[in-house]
Design a protein around this ligand. Structure first.
Ligand code: PGA
Length: 304
């Protein structure tokens, strides 16, 4: 049997993912020489190079690519075993949740409600964009994610639990601010500020307009909902954002939502994890909470 250690496997997985010894070392809190040494020893045991170096860059060899597949499976099984032990120990476990930037507006409130009943849960919340979420899911680096509907073919289980309407926001003095049922084609005359590539909001908005064959003029790209709201208030253009993100600005009369035909875009929030993942009891409890607790959800979608 291959005489390799779990540590070597973890180091291999990190170096293969980052294709950089420095970044892998950082992510593992190891020194760079220790990281390279682990790889060297692993290559000695397997008897074939797993990485090759050209100039400053490193690449996986064919053997490395094949081995990456096995290392994912082995590490995933180990994670599952860890969840199983946490399960047997009860609801004291760690709950690691990663959410899309937009879901960061309401998830903390849901977690707060959940933690009232699960006081021993140790929650870790990571807010990032959709693309990064898919990569974290692929590497089994969390219990579950909250995001828009994930794409097919990623071996993921996704259940929708809450509405996510996308609306068009404008400064309060915009000429269309008081119009009703504005024809969608009228929007072709406006400039839109858009979220970064990889954002779920951006993908949904582009798809919606292209399905209706309306060409959008897009202006500056911004990587946060906050920046878009500020830019819209400052008159740089219109924005399309989740209703979940603008409650404060509506209440304080800093932004308005335009009444446009076929709007809002009706999206949903999904709780997502890898297919067949054995959720810990605490993760299972949180999933049930999300799917069932309509009172808490109604509260956050009103206040969000
Ligand atoms: P975001 O939203 O990535 O645009 O923040 C998530 C989604 O709607 O999928």
């Amino acid at each position: 049997m291959l005489n390799i250690t779990i540590r070597q496997l973890k180091v291999f997985e990190a170096v293969a993912r980052h294709l950089s010894y420095t970044k892998a070392a950082e992510s593992l809190y190891l020194s760079q020489p220790a990281t390279s040494m682990q790889i060297k020893q692993l290559e000695e045991v397997v008897g074939i190079p797993l990485f090759e170096q050209f100039g400053k860059k490193i690449y996986l060899t064919d053997a490395g690519k094949e081995f990456q597949h096995y290392s994912h499976i082995i590490l995933q099984q180990l994670n599952d075993a860890e969840s199983m032990f946490a399960n047997l120990k009860g609801m004291h476990g760690k709950l690691t949740i990663c959410v899309a930037s937009t879901a960061g507006y309401f998830t903390p409130q849901l977690l707060a409600e959940f933690c009232k009943h699960h006081t021993k849960a140790q929650v870790s919340l990571n807010v990032t964009n959709r693309e990064k979420l898919l990569s974290l899911l692929a590497h089994n680096e969390m219990d579950m994610a909250i995001m828009g509907r994930p794409p097919e073919g990623h071996d993921l289980e996704a259940v929708s639990f809450m509405d996510n309407p996308l609306v068009i926001i404008a400064p309060i003095n915009h000429p269309l601010a008081h119009d009703s049922n504005i024809p969608m084609v009228r929007l072709a005359q406006e400039t839109f500020l858009v979220r970064e590539q990889g954002s779920g909001t951006r993908i949904a908005m582009e798809r919606y307009f292209s399905e209706r064959e309306i060409a959008l003029t897009t202006g500056t790209e911004m990587s946060t909902n906050e920046a878009i709201k500020q830019a819209v208030q400052a008159g740089m253009g219109l924005g399309i954002l989740s209703q979940n993100t603008i409650q404060l600005e509506l209440e304080t009369n800093r932004l308005t939502v335009l009444d446009v035909e076929y709007f809002p875009i009706q999206r949903h929030w999904y709780v997502v994890h890898r297919k067949g993942k054995r959720l810990s009891r605490i993760a299972e409890a949180f999933k049930e909470f999300l799917l069932g607790n309509s009172e808490a959800k109604a509260k956050v979608s009103q206040s969000a």
